[in-house]
Design a protein around this ligand. Structure first.
Ligand SMILES: NC(=O)c1ccc[n+]([C@@H]2O[C@H](COP(=O)([O-])OP(=O)(O)OC[C@H]3O[C@@H](n4cnc5c(N)ncnc54)[C@H](OP(=O)(O)O)[C@@H]3O)[C@@H](O)[C@H]2O)c1
Length: 325
C-alpha cells in the first residue's frame, strides 16, 4: 500500500509517498480501506520527531480516517466488510489501509460524506470527553474556546451551541472571527486586537465563564483562572504557549475552581471506545438534524501532503484539513 511517511524528521517537504505491506487486523481490530484521513496539530509535531508517540502505535502518522471495512480480526461483531465507518486511531491513518480497534469505529452520521467524516473522530472525541464529560458543560452555562477556528475550536463551538451553552471564542483576525460567528458562537474575540479578559468580563457583567477549553497555556493561564466564574472549570488540552505560569490560587480557593488537563491519544481502547459510543448517541443525531455540519477547509491528495502540513502551519485554515489516497 501507499502511505505518507517522513524521510527524516523535519519540515513539510520531508513528507513523501512511500510503500509498505498492508497491515493485518489482530483480535478485536478491523482493516479499513481509507477514503480520507484527517490532519491534526499533533501530526506536525510527529513529523518533526517532537511528539511522544505512545508505545504500540504504528510508525505511520494519522489519528483518524473514514473508509470501508475490508476485513475483521477475531471477536469483532459489529461491523462487516463493505460497511462505511469513521474511526479514531492511535496512528497509521496516512495510508491506503489502516487498522482500528472495532470499538473505535463509528457509523458515519446521516448526511455526512465519507470524506468529510474523516475529520470528525479526533476533534469531536476530544471535545466530548473534555468539555461535556469531564467539565460537565450544562445548558445555559458559558464556554470560552481559545482558537475558535481550529479543528478543535470548531467542534467545541458546535457541540456547546448544540447543547444550549453560550460561547465566546478567540481568533487572530476578522476573517476567522467571522467564521466563529458563522459556527454559531455568541461572541468572537480578535486576540491580537482585543483583550479576551476585558471582553468576556464586560459581556458577562463581571461574572466570567463556567468552562474554558485552552490550547495555549503559558501567560493565558493566570488570566483564565481570574476569568472563571464560581465553580468554573479550566480544561487544558495543549500548552502551545508554555508549561509554566504564575497563578493566583486564591481564585481557585475562593471560587471553587477545577483546573484539569488531558490527552486523548494515550488513553486505553476501552476509554476511547466509550467516547466513540457517546458521539454516536449524543453528537451524530445533531448532524442528522443539520444542527452540526462538517467544516472541511481543504482536501489534499497523499502526493500533496506537504502542502496540507504547510497550510496547517500557516494557520490560514478554518476547520479541518484532510488527505485522500
Ligand atoms: N489533548 C488532546 O487530547 C488534544 C486532542 C486534539 C488536539 N489537541 C490540541 O488542540 C489544538 C488544536 O488542534 P487542531 O488539530 O485543531 O489544530 P489547528 O487547527 O492547527 O489549530 C491551532 C489553533 O491554535 C490557535 N492559536 C494559536 N495561537 C493562539 C493564541 N495566542 N490565542 C488563541 N488561539 C491561538 C490558532 O488560531 P489562529 O489561527 O486564530 O491564531 C489555530 O486555530 C492543538 O494544539 C492540538 O495539539 C489536543
Amino acid at each position: 500500500m501507499h502511505f505518507v511517511g517522513v524521510t527524516t524528521p523535519g519540515g513539510p517537504s520531508n513528507l513523501s509517498v512511500m510503500v509498505a505491506p498492508v497491515p493485518l487486523p489482530k483480535d478485536g481490530e478491523v482493516l479499513i480501506k481509507v477514503h480520507a484521513a484527517g490532519v491534526n496539530g499533533a501530526d506536525l509535531r510527529e513529523r518533526e520527531g517532537r511528539y511522544p508517540v505512545p508505545a504500540g502505535a504504528p510508525d505511520i502518522m494519522g489519528l483518524e480516517v473514514a473508509g470501508e471495512i475490508i476485513a475483521s480480526g477475531k471477536y469483532c461483531s459489529r461491523f462487516k466488510p463493505g460497511d462505511l465507518v469513521c474511526a479514531l486511531l492511535i496512528g497509521g491513518g496516512y495510508a491506503e489501509y489502516a487498522i482500528a480497534p472495532e470499538g473505535q469505529c463509528m457509523t458515519i452520521p446521516d448526511g455526512v460524506s465519507v470524506v468529510d467524516a474523516a475529520g470528525l473522530p479526533e476533534v469531536f472525541c476530544t471535545v466530548w470527553t473534555n468539555v461535556m464529560d469531564r467539565c460537565q458543560l450544562r445548558p445555559g452555562e458559558t464556554l470560552l474556546v481559545q482558537g475558535g477556528t481550529s479543528g478543535i475550536g470548531y467542534a467545541a463551538i458546535k457541540v456547546a451551541k448544540a447543547f444550549g451553552a453560550n460561547v465566546f471564542a478567540t481568533a487572530r483576525n476578522k476573517v476567522k472571527c467571522d467564521a466563529i460567528l458563522r459556527f454559531g458562537a455568541d461572541c468572537a474575540i480578535n486576540y491580537r486586537a482585543e483583550d479576551f479578559v476585558d471582553i468576556v468580563q464586560t459581556r458577562t457583567n463581571g461574572r466570567g465563564v463556567d468552562v474554558i477549553v485552552d490550547i495555549i497555556g503559558g501567560d493565558y493561564l493566570p488570566k483564565e483562572v481570574s476569568l472563571l466564574a464560581h465553580g468554573g472549570r479550566l480544561m487544558i488540552i495543549n500548552l502551545r504557549g508554555g508549561k509554566l505560569a504564575e497563578i493566583d490560587f486564591g481564585h481557585v480557593h475562593s471560587k471553587h475552581l477545577t483546573i484539569t488537563g488531558a490527552r486523548l491519544r494515550p488513553r486505553s481502547i476501552a476509554e476511547k471506545s466509550e467516547i466513540c459510543r457517546s458521539l454516536e448517541t449524543h453528537v451524530w443525531p445533531k448532524f442528522t438534524d443539520g444542527v452540526i455540519v462538517p467544516e472541511t477547509h481543504a482536501v489534499f491528495s497523499f502526493a500533496n501532503a506537504a502542502e496540507a502540513h504547510q497550510l496547517m502551519e500557516s494557520s490560514n485554515h478554518i476547520g479541518k484539513i484532510l488527505l485522500t489516497p
